[in-house]
Design a protein. Sequence first.
Length: 331
Amino acid sequence: MKNSSYIAGFSFYVPESVLTNKDLEKLVDTNDEWIISRTGIRQRHIVSHQACSDLAYEASLKALERTCLKPEDITHIITATFTPDTYVPNAACIIMEKLGIRGIPAMDVNAACTGFIYGIELARGLCYVSPGAKVLLVASEVVTSRINMKDRSTSVIFADGAGACIISNQTFDDDVPSGCVQDVVLKADGSLGPLLTVKGGGSAHAMVPGQVVGDDFFVQMEGREVFKHAVRSMRDVSLEIMNRNSLTADDIDLFIPHQANIRIIEAVAKIMNIKDEKIFVNVQDYGNTSAASVPIALADAWEKGRIKPGYLALLVAFGGGFTWGATLIRF
Ligand code: ACO
């Protein structure tokens, strides 16, 4: 789909509590050196008492402030998450209530770590059919609510956070962080779903009152297999979006991949010949925040002055489902 939708006001919020690798050493059989060398993660932010909507609310307020919009200017809310506060109501309805908005559509999209890229395409579609739309897209995850902290294959990787933006057909002043969404490619393959699951509590694994949750209530991941698919899929979808826009790696000014694991990021960038100085990495500070990872990285890149007017950014993500996708943004 080709239309001129703009992404603006990128913002992020992470909870105050920091969990370092040293802290994890006290919880599970792991060590700082292993975590840094295998994942690149040094610390991550985790909630104490906040839920998905609390993180989303903070990130959304910042996005509204940065675009000089009021909550009542928003026409649609999309929340990308696989860790909503509750199954019903959805997270978007809870966020809407916190923002004091009523009477507009509010929905969640679950595409695990690719949720933000899926959300961009859905928001572009809404802007296409309703040209005056101003969509609040917020990706928010309390992944730790579905992590067994005693499972070292997941507890060292995942973390909590939120990233938000406004998608509309409106251009903004130069001082507002914004860019034009030039293209989006989305993919999924359900046959690979069993490699990364959260089954417990779903209708295929219903709980009965009083039942104690089992391991399947938490993220179960075949790390090595997921790793291989993440590299291949992020490479393929990046090349597809570049090819169909007649771009080479030299045309990409900033590469913002899903912050899952520094080794995945480096492997994808290497195969694609993207130079180190063009890769944005903050996994060392925030860990893998699932759907929130890409918008957190986007907002962090802007706050660190890594985004310049005229730059072309390639954002790419991969997650459970499996789902994967990429988008091109011209700032
Ligand atoms: N601390 C210390 N040792 C560990 C730990 C740990 N936390 N975890 C595993 N090990 C050990 C293993 O037991 C194994 O030991 P052995 O060789 O004696 O058997 C060794 O380290 C290597 O284990 P691997 O599982 O092969 O480790 P790997 O290098 O694959 O790293 C990791 C594991 C970090 C999970 C990696 O596979 C990964 O990042 N996978 C992809 C995650 C991802 O991208 N997920 C997608 C998005 S998430 C979403 O959609 C919600």
